[in-house]
Design a protein around this ligand. Structure first.
Ligand SMILES: [Zn+2]
Length: 392
């Protein structure tokens, strides 16, 4: 059975035009004004925007971390995604010590396969880099996993000193890395300082991760990427200081892609001073920064300096967060967002901060599709593309 959406405005990364959309068996057949099709189920979408399905390229579902497991698994997480207009998520398959990349991928397929309500893909988070993993890269890329996550902090995921080697191999294999930029040494020392002062409360979290922690790591990463002569993605950018390192690298001629998240666009660091234990809901890393950082991130979105808005969805219940009531370092880090992201970007971005709907389309759909290898199957409403549509 064919379905015809009549009377809407089809949004792409470059324009928003009145057009009807005809689809069948999950694929788009035609996009043009005035389509007449007798045998189609006709849905009147007059006055609505039609976006290509939104892609959230940064989720953590069913992740064992901080002695617990995220509140959302692939079943609840992807239902939330679909409810908010996100038709594809890209989660992080984590390679644990001693595992091959293929083993990690297999482990995450086990979590997701048969449990998901939307399309999904994986980045591979590398934690154990050695000769055989290096050799595995070519096959894993040829099998369709082209993006890799590297952490410059967290003991169990720490890859900062291997980044040069990994980027060189990714360049040969045709992959790209997204990097969590924070300076591990500064964070650990600041945590010790706060605890020595007797500060174990939520408010200490922001004090241990000032913007310079992100900027230092971003600057270091980008210099390593310069030597490796390799493009790189900086995930969840939270600060103006971090962006300055990116601008500097771009001036040098480097190719740098940047992701930010709604939490850095909507809140400022005052959330860590909320009464009681309320601030624990915002305990995430990188931390939510100052009001001036928040404003700067909007400006960077408006001027197309940031390419994607993803969520870093990593949800915990208030009971789980309570593990850190007496010690802020025991609060599991993360917050949700996979369901709310499109509405937030529309409300706060298009309605309040001067983003265009075309920019919203690029940030939430077209750019992640291109960056993560699924364009034009996803990321655009065009004949032949998947009929992942959002009537907004
Ligand atoms: Zn993350």
């Amino acid at each position: 059975m064919k379905t015809l959406l009549k009377g809407g405005t089809v949004v792409s990364g470059t324009k928003a035009v009145a057009a009807d959309v005809l689809m069948e068996n999950g694929k788009i057949l035609a996009v043009e004004p005035g389509i007449e099709e007798e045998k189609a189920d006709v849905i009147d979408v007059t006055g609505r925007l039609l976006f290509p399905g939104f892609i959230d390229a940064h989720t953590h579902f069913d992740l064992h971390v901080a002695g617990t497991v995220t509140a959302d698994d692939f079943e609840s997480g992807t239902k939330a995604a679909i409810a908010g207009g996100t038709t594809m998520i890209i989660d992080f398959a984590t390679q644990y010590q001693g595992e091959s990349l293929h083993q990690a991928l297999k482990n995450w397929h086990k979590k997701a396969d048969g449990n998901a309500s939307c399309d999904y893909g994986f980045h591979l988070a590398v934690s154990d880099w050695n000769h055989s993993v290096s050799e595995e890269l070519d096959t894993i890329v040829s099998e369709g996993v082209t993006s890799f996550k590297l952490y410059m902090t967290y003991d169990e995921m720490y890859m900062a000193d291997k980044i040069y080697q990994i980027l060189k191999r990714l360049k040969e294999a045709g992959g790209i890395a997204g990097v969590h930029c924070e300076n591990k040494g500064i964070i650990e020392a600041l945590i010790e300082e706060e605890k020595a002062k007797g500060n174990f409360t939520v408010n200490a979290h922001k004090k241990t991760r000032p913007a310079a922690v992100e900027a230092e790591a971003a600057g270091r990463l980008l210099k390593i990427a310069q030597v490796a002569d390799c493009p790189v993605i900086i995930v969840h950018l939270s600060s103006e200081a971090g962006y300055k390192e990116i601008a500097y690298a771009r001036e040098r001629g480097q190719e740098v892609y940047v992701e930010t998240c709604p939490q850095y666009l909507i809140f400022n660091e005052d959330v860590y001073d909320l009464p009681g234990f309320e601030g624990s809901k915002y305990v995430i890393s990188p931390t939510i920064k100052k009001e001036s950082d928040r404003q700067k991130l909007w400006e960077l979105l408006k001027t197309d300096q940031i390419q994607t808005v993803s969520t870093d969805h990593c949800s915990f219940t208030t009971d789980q967060k309570a593990a850190g009531k007496e010690d802020f370092t025991k609060i599991p880090n993360g917050m949700p967002g996979v369901e709310a992201r499109p509405a937030l970007v529309y409300s706060f971005g298009v309605k309040q901060n001067g983003l265009t709907v075309e920019q919203m389309c690029r940030l939430l759909s077209e750019n992640p599709a291109k960056l993560y290898g699924v364009y034009p199957r996803k990321g655009v409403i065009a004949p032949g593309s998947d009929a992942d549509l959002v009537v907004f």
